[in-house]
Design a protein around this ligand. Structure first.
Ligand code: BTN
Length: 253
């Protein structure tokens, strides 16, 4: 059956000067927020990353935002939202800056091997009720430097391109790209359009990667991203495996 969402992404925007975390706010208030609401903050005091990490979100330098989505889809579909968001952000960065942004499956955007954006998709809702999907997007936009511990791994659009970027313009562009891909997806749960982008701009397809899951570290070659948004890898012994979560890092980098 067709699953329609009539609400445009970003028709309602909730804007904060400062907040703990736009994702936390979205989760807390999900009941009251309309489908498609976008939460933005100039800074986050407790920005959250994946795996309980914190996400540095200094004032006025980045895009810290959460999309509140209430599609009528099974909770298992939620993971695909990360792919849609990654495709939208990557496309927007390329369109507006010309920088060679790549998607490091499942949820990072990198430029020159360093992280520029992270995505944290979370579900909220009661029991088996239709879940709210919160897509948190953090982008280092005009950051001019990072702390020692981040310097090796993180970068910003300003550092890479040497130009300050209009954050508002970038947000608008991302929402436009996200909405286009999301609407195609939601019509018949078809991820094709997103996959074209995700594969085209993949930082890892065809490459030797390390898959780190807990204490386990496996070497493999990334060969495809399937229409569930899962990563297909080939192990050294030739066997293939589908990877659904876990930390993926590129060997040699
Ligand atoms: C990651 O790479 O680990 C994901 C980082 C996600 C950061 C964004 S910033 C907006 C939203 N609010 C949060 O607290 N986190 C996400």
């Amino acid at each position: 059956e067709a699953l329609i969402s009539n609400n445009a992404i970003g028709q309602q925007i909730v804007y904060f000067d400062s907040i703990d975390s736009t994702n936390s706010y979205a989760k807390k208030e999900a009941n009251k927020l309309k489908d498609g609401t976008v939460i933005l903050s100039e800074e986050q005091l407790l920005g959250r990353g994946r795996r309980g990490r914190n996400w540095s979100s200094p004032k006025g330098t980045g895009i810290w935002m959460s999309l509140v989505l209430k599609p009528n889809i099974p909770p298992t579909e939620g993971v695909k939202m990360t792919q849609i968001a990654a495709a939208a952000v990557c496309k927007s960065i390329r369109e507006l800056t010309g920088l060679n942004a790549l998607i490091k499956w499942p949820n990072d955007i990198v430029i020159n091997g360093k992280k520029i954006c992270g995505i944290l998709t979370e579900m909220a809702g009661e029991l088996n009720e239709v879940n709210y999907i919160i897509v948190g997007i953090g982008i280092n936009v005009n950051t001019d430097g990072f702390s020692c511990e981040l310097k090796e791994k993180a970068t910003s659009l300003f550092i890479e391109g040497g130009k300050k970027i209009d954050r508002r313009e970038l947000v608008v562009n991302i929402l436009k790209n996200f909405e286009a891909l999301y609407n195609i997806y939601i019509k018949d749960l078809n991820l094709d359009e997103t996959l074209v982008i995700v594969k085209n701009y993949s930082a890892i397809l065809g490459k030797e990667i390390k898959i780190i899951q807990g204490n386990l570290e496996k070497k493999a070659r990334a060969i495809d991203i399937n229409n569930e948004g899962l990563l297909l890898v080939q192990m050294d012994d030739g066997s293939k495996e589908l990877i659904s979560s876990g930390e993926v890092s590129i060997r040699g980098e």
